[in-house]
Design a protein around this ligand. Sequence first.
Ligand SMILES: NC(=O)c1ccc[n+]([C@@H]2O[C@H](COP(=O)([O-])OP(=O)(O)OC[C@H]3O[C@@H](n4cnc5c(N)ncnc54)[C@H](OP(=O)(O)O)[C@@H]3O)[C@@H](O)[C@H]2O)c1
Length: 281
Amino acid sequence: MIEFALSNGVKMPSVGLGTFLMQPDKAEQAVYDALKLGYRMVDTANGYLNERAVGRGIKKSGVPRDEIFIATKLWPSVYEQDGAVDKCLELLDTDYIDLLYIHQPSGNYLAGYKQLEDAYKAGKIKAIGISNFHDEKLEDLLAHAEIKPHVIQLESHPYYTDTGTMDRLKEYGTRMVAWYPLGHGDKALLNEPAFTELAQKYGKSNAQIILRWHVQRGTTVIPGSTNPDHIKANADIFDFALTADEMAAIEKLNKNVRYYNATPEQEAAYAGMKIDLDAQP
Ligand SMILES: NC(=O)c1ccc[n+]([C@@H]2O[C@H](COP(=O)([O-])OP(=O)(O)OC[C@H]3O[C@@H](n4cnc5c(N)ncnc54)[C@H](OP(=O)(O)O)[C@@H]3O)[C@@H](O)[C@H]2O)c1
């Protein structure tokens, strides 16, 4: 497993398990399966309402806490709420979080970011992340951030590479984590002839070729899956390497089209969406 060093020296695995849209029982099982299969990173969020189950899966796996990289995200409705970080610690049943993000550029995101900075200084989190920030809001965040973000999590896949945002953050050494690394399972992306050809050449699946491309361009991937065969395969991408020409050919598939487009109104509405974190099993 390749690891990437963050700008503060913390090591982040290049492959983790995503848990978006997983009901708690499914998330608990998938986390357990992934850790047993050698994963050492898990990605969750307040908004997924499965943090408690993720914590249970981690505990049940028996893998020592200091070998696991746990990432979660504050939902905008808690950005101004005291104790939002402690709530994550409680739900995940852990003393510290490896990477905590603010999930959306919505509401008072500067207050949310300040909570992350305070938690970082207090040793409650080991790295600070932002998610879904672009353009003006990214610039605003950077202008106000005392500690520049160690990680940005963005939609990224061969149809939407978002190289521009990565380039903008180079001066801070901010690393990228790709969400929807497999296009949320889109068959058109997975079945691109270019991937089928490379899959045949390397004896891998199309999904593995895509994930290898991400990691080789320096991006961590967090593919979501509840299928143990897929979970296993998605981390089995370290016994081959794409050539520079193959990397460049995949880069050319970029259409600059996202699967998920929040309108400014939808994005603003996130801050008003209250979630009951205590309701989850
Ligand atoms: N920050 C944000 O705003 C944000 C937004 C969205 C997602 N995320 C994070 O990013 C993670 C990844 O996103 P995602 O799970 O929605 O999309 P994804 O990882 O791109 O794709 C997941 C889909 O691909 C399928 N799949 C997984 N491995 C496969 C394989 N080897 N071969 C064929 N199909 C495969 C899965 O089905 P099976 O279960 O059948 O394998 C699932 O339907 C999330 O889980 C979440 O942690 C963050």
